[in-house]
Design a protein around this ligand. Structure first.
Ligand SMILES: [Zn+2]
Length: 242
């Protein structure tokens, strides 16, 4: 896979030609984004949406030409049910491995929204757990899974044909991560959102870690940010608003 990406000389920041991995297909369902990225020998899927939106997302993947023969990897930005709801199903259907950060693994193994969140008062936790259960906003037994691969800060995903690196952004959850492509596209999950305007995400578990994650953004060559909710925006625009 690495050989293929080397044969494609267009994956550079200063090249005006848009290579395959600079134009992700955004699949938005119930205001949550999944991203399908075409790589040289197939596809990578980032996040998998709500379980209830399975048919819509599945249809979009099929229309894009995604099959069991060409989905190389499913990447998860974090463990929340609106991003991981179809992961077990897509893993089985497409035979693709699933990668995420180990800190959020318990969220998808046990369907526990609070597994990698520490700063929640016990009473609030009980109330929220009940509410999430009643609203069916949890990962049900058949949709739970154990990831195949654990990734962490600095990991290079080019071994899967995806020219991107993993950045750890704890704060929303302990295992929240982003994927920064060599072209400057950052898939940041719920670090940021853009439902009204580019902004910090509304649900923050650990403010200290979260603020460090926001500061961290400035270290990287980021051009476009693709959030878990809302439309893409530039880092430049975000920094003006923060
Ligand atoms: Zn989330």
């Amino acid at each position: 896979m690495l050989e293929n990406s080397e044969e494609e000389p267009m994956n550079h920041l200063n090249n005006s030609v848009i290579s395959k991995s600079t134009s992700p297909l955004t699949i938005t369902s119930k205001k949550t984004n999944c991203f399908l990225i075409e790589i040289n020998d197939g596809f990578v899927l980032i996040d998998t949406g709500y379980t209830s939106e399975r048919l819509v997302i599945e249809e979009a993947l099929t229309n894009a030409g995604c099959t069991s023969a060409n989905l190389n990897l499913i990447l998860l930005t974090h463990g929340d049910f609106d991003h991981t709801g179809n992961c077990a199903y897509f893993r089985d259907k497409y035979g693709a491995e699933v990668a995420m950060h180990k800190e959020d693994s318990g969220m998808v193994e046990y369907g526990d929204f609070f597994y990698s969140r520490s700063n929640v008062n016990i009473i609030v936790k009980i109330l929220l757990k009940t509410a999430l259960f009643l609203l069916r906003m949890n990962l049900k037994k058949q949709d739970r899974f154990k990831p195949d691969i654990y990734v962490e800060e600095g990991d290079d995903l080019s071994i899967y044909g995806f020219d991107a690196k993993v950045i750890h952004f704890p704060g929303h959850s302990k295992g929240s991560i982003g994927f920064l492509t060599d072209n400057g596209n950052l898939f940041c999950g719920d670090l940021l959102e853009n439902t009204k305007e580019p902004a910090k995400f509304s649900l923050i578990d650990n403010h200290e870690e979260y603020n460090e994650s926001i500061e961290k953004l400035k270290q990287y060559q980021i051009i476009t940010i693709y959030p878990g909710h809302g439309k893409p925006f530039t880092l430049e625009v975000l920094l003006e608003k923060l």
